[in-house]
Design a protein around this ligand. Structure first.
Ligand SMILES: [Zn+2]
Length: 395
């Protein structure tokens, strides 16, 4: 029997689920095994922090029957890893119980915080997860193309810890090989926009071990940024109406930065202490406080850009564009505000790492824009040379 906190959410979910958008057939052996791995981690975590887990009963979180999908269990682990580090004297400490991560089968690319009685839910739409997966798939395959390019291909990208230089080499030297992956990413966005279930043309990796090493951390770190963001809404903005103000969004990012500092240090330490040194050494994990938000903001930027293009052709375009433009502007403002948050937490000296993370992801964002212009014969000109300088000196 699932725990009452899970059953309570199931009642809410029946009202808002879009059928056909489920992540996977629950009960498949590989899915059961993946959930069990995360539950073992949660069990170990509970045992290692008795003070926190005596104050708050998260026993249900270590039980596989309470999860529909491995992503749910993995994000619940990430959440517990962070909140179990918060000290008892912190003003928000009394509110740290009964926080439950749920995936919701939905075609809307979003996440939200839901409070029902004593239970707090951070809800991630399956479309959001699929969208991030499409990004990881594209990054992985385009990166492979770039690694096969001539060593001396000139690049603007200043770093390669998210594979930015590899991505750039691929775009510069082998555009025809890159476009199917860009089309896949763009078509995934458009399908959700049109209310269709996108096709899954490409796999994350032929070899599951490779996917665990290279792509899963990218997804985990990116997804954990919006979990931390929603956690701040749950803790600080519970009384707020459903439409959140721009100030609340920036405030949530600001405090999410402080949670992400905890997340980065705890995750690397956890992997190192549990025989997963190779994961602790992953640049995405080591730079999570910069990479996580950079992934989130760039994914949203690209999504909104594509949405604006697809909406422009519709009848009621003007009203929809107004809403999209507002979201687009807010996303950009949050991207820059996060840098200020890093300064406030004394991470200003590492500011360039955040910029470098954004620039590397921007290769895919810019390449998507180049592809859309090509596909729809749009008049605007976009090129890597013009667009990869955001915040960077030219030399
Ligand atoms: Zn928010």
């Amino acid at each position: 029997m699932p725990h009452p906190i899970v059953e309570e959410f199931a009642k809410y979910a029946t009202l808002t689920t879009n059928s056909g958008y489920e992540m996977s057939a629950a009960g498949r052996p590989d899915i059961v095994a993946a959930i069990a791995i995360h539950c073992t981690d949660i069990q170990k975590l509970i045992a290692s922090k008795p003070a926190f887990f005596t104050a708050f009963d998260y026993g249900w979180a270590a039980k596989p029957e309470n999860y529909a999908h491995p992503v749910e269990a993995q994000l619940q682990f990430g959440l517990l890893l962070v909140i179990s580090e918060i000290i008892p004297t912190h003003a928000d400490y009394p509110r740290l119980g009964n926080i439950c991560i749920r995936t919701l089968p939905s075609r809307h690319i979003n996440m939200e915080a839901v409070v029902r009685g004593p239970n707090k839910y951070i809800v991630v739409a399956t479309a959001m997860i699929r969208m991030m997966q499409a990004w990881a798939v594209t990054m992985r395959h385009v990166g492979d193309i770039g690694r096969a390019a001539p060593e001396d291909t000139p690049v603007i990208c200043i770093a390669n810890f998210l594979g930015g230089q590899d991505l750039e080499k691929a775009v510069r030297t082998n555009w025809p090989a890159v476009t199917p992956y860009l089309d896949y990413l763009v078509d995934t966005c458009i399908a959700y926009r049109l209310g269709e279930v996108p096709e899954r043309t490409f796999a994350l990796a032929e070899n599951p071990d490779a996917s665990l090493l290279h792509a899963t951390q990218f997804l985990f770190v990116g997804e954990m940024f919006f979990i931390c963001h929603e956690l701040i809404h749950v803790l600080k903005h519970i009384e707020a109406p459903k439409e959140r103000s721009d100030d609340e969004e920036v405030e949530a990012d600001h405090w999410a930065a402080s949670l992400f500092i905890i997340f980065q240090s705890q995750l690397a330490r956890w992997y190192a202490a549990n025989g997963k040194e190779h994961l602790a050494a992953q640049p995405t994990v080591q730079a999570a406080v910069y990479a996580g938000p950079a992934i989130f903001f760039t994914v949203m930027h690209t999504l909104l850009f594509i949405e604006r293009l697809t909406v422009a052709a519709q009848d009621d375009a003007a009203t929809k564009l107004e809403v999209l433009n507002r979201e687009f502007k807010l996303n950009g403002a949050r991207l820059f505000a996060y840098e200020k948050a890093l300064q406030r937490f004394k991470l200003d000296k590492q500011g360039p790492i955040y910029q470098a993370a954004l620039q590397q992801l921007d290769v895919i964002a810019v390449a998507c824009r180049m592809r859309l212009i090509e596909r729809y014969a749009l008049p605007a000109q976009v090129s890597l040379d013009q667009n990869l300088f955001r915040g960077f000196p030219e030399s």
